[in-house]
Design a protein around this ligand. Sequence first.
Ligand SMILES: Nc1nc2c(ncn2[C@@H]2O[C@H](COP(=O)(O)OP(=O)(O)OP(=O)(O)O)[C@@H](O)[C@H]2O)c(=O)[nH]1
Ligand SMILES: [Mg+2]
Length: 555
Amino acid sequence: MKLLRRKEGPSLDSRLAALLEAAELAEGRLPEEAVSGARTVAERAGVRRTLSIDHTVAALAGATGSGKSSLYNALAGTDLAAVGVVRPTTSAAQAALWDGEGSGPLLDWLDIPQRHPAASASDLSGLVLLDLPDHDSIQVSHRLEVDRLVELVDLLVWVVDPQKYADAALHDRYLRRLAAHRGVMLVVLNQVDRLPDSAVDRCLRDLRRLLDEDGLAGVPVLAVSARTGAGLAELRALLNDRVAERKSWSTRLAADIATAAARLGAPEEAPAGQAMDRALTAALCEAAGVPLVVEAVAKGHRHRAVVATGWPVTRWIRKLRPDPLRRLRIGTMAPVGGPVGELPAGGSSGKSAASSGQGPGTEVVGRTSVPAASAVQRARVETAIRDVGEAAAADLPGPWAAAVRQAARSRSQELTDAVDRVVATTSAGATRRPRWWRAVNVLQWLVFAAMVAGALWLGGLFGMDYLRLPQPPLPTVGVVPWPTVLLVGGALAGVLIALLSRLAAWAGGRRRARRTARALRTAVGRVGDDLVLAPVRGELDRYARFTEALTRARA
Ligand SMILES: Nc1nc2c(ncn2[C@@H]2O[C@H](COP(=O)(O)OP(=O)(O)OP(=O)(O)O)[C@@H](O)[C@H]2O)c(=O)[nH]1
Ligand SMILES: [Mg+2]
């Protein structure tokens, strides 16, 4: 036999790969049945392609008594199959082979042990003709055998007779469902010898109409008689064409792929999922106590400014009060080498267990003492998450929309900890001391020292006067003696410097609070992006890849 090479081209390959990819992506999203159906088709197609493509497997299928076995014998030119009067006659499929060499593995795969060489001329070279049991059998095993082989063969030849050609069993259970397979289907109206000539055309027209209604327009319909041999030449010629083309197998697989892909869904344009993250960020910020932290940043800054630059005589009073920011346990445990880099100050006397850092460069960061979110705040976060899911799912088909909504919620358990962590790390930098504080501090102490010197000097003078000792000469600035200048001037200067510093710290605190607020919004927004929007984007991307694969599978 002449060996022809594969004619499928790369398209069947890529369509198969696309179908598998679509099934993979639909896993857990679409009904298991559709997903496994697609996998089965892909697997089956994969196997058929490795078996003889020089053979075309055609199956004679139909109701009991329609004359499948008679037709099989007529085509094979010998009585291979039993033709009976007791219905149903055929219980197991058998194969007639025209040049069957090399068809063994194919028939093994079809699981048909009964194989016979055909006796007729070799014009049908490469044909493997199957005689199937009846599809409408009272025997379940017959129906199962038919259903199994209908899924596998390359070419379907439906044999109907004038009485039962309109049977619902045939049209509903098979023909209509196999509309995508019309390229590999023939319909044979057998037993036309039992009709008067005038009725044959009418019968054919009626059958044609029914087939058109089944979505099988274009499927060849032939009138034959297995008994008289009428129309057999045409049938033989038609079969010969199909067998010679050696394309039925790939046409069938292509139809299988299209059907499986259609069961996965219609390829639609994936909507551009524009997630609304502003509301989410705002809700997360509220729940994480960002406004509280921002306020504490400003207050804490002013507090530390007073401690660092206040008048030495009175600043200790301020020291007695706690730092508002540290009271929230912010800045007490900061990331080591983190982006806002302040070395951890103080011990970690955390009341709650420390949560682990987020990556290299970050150390263990404890929970802040920012009060836990209220029920209202938590509800607002949940609403925002739901809104993100709803907005992204809006234009998706049902199961995918559900998957997207689920994706939005998938990591919401982690939100509280993650947001708290970034609040702690982001605002930790707000405890850094501006350099001018140190300079002012030095100045404060110099002025303080001058004041003390003045006081000591005056005290010395006072003591000498008390002891009636002669007064040393007293240098003056104008008329005011130096020790008085030092004491009073030092005190006034100290208070003035403290007041000016306080003014600057007030502005600085406000600036720092604003900057921290911005940084916190960005950082919290990033957490929302990581834990809510990213999973949604992932699912939308999955859907986009799915529809893209589906489009390729159906090409
Ligand atoms: N008049 C006439 N009778 C036919 C023709 N073809 C088959 N028969 C008869 O119809 C009856 C059934 O034929 P089978 O070939 O056994 O039918 P089948 O479709 O194989 O039936 P199952 O094996 O039960 O599914 C037999 O008595 C045949 O002689 C035909 O073209 N004309
Ligand atoms: Mg039979």
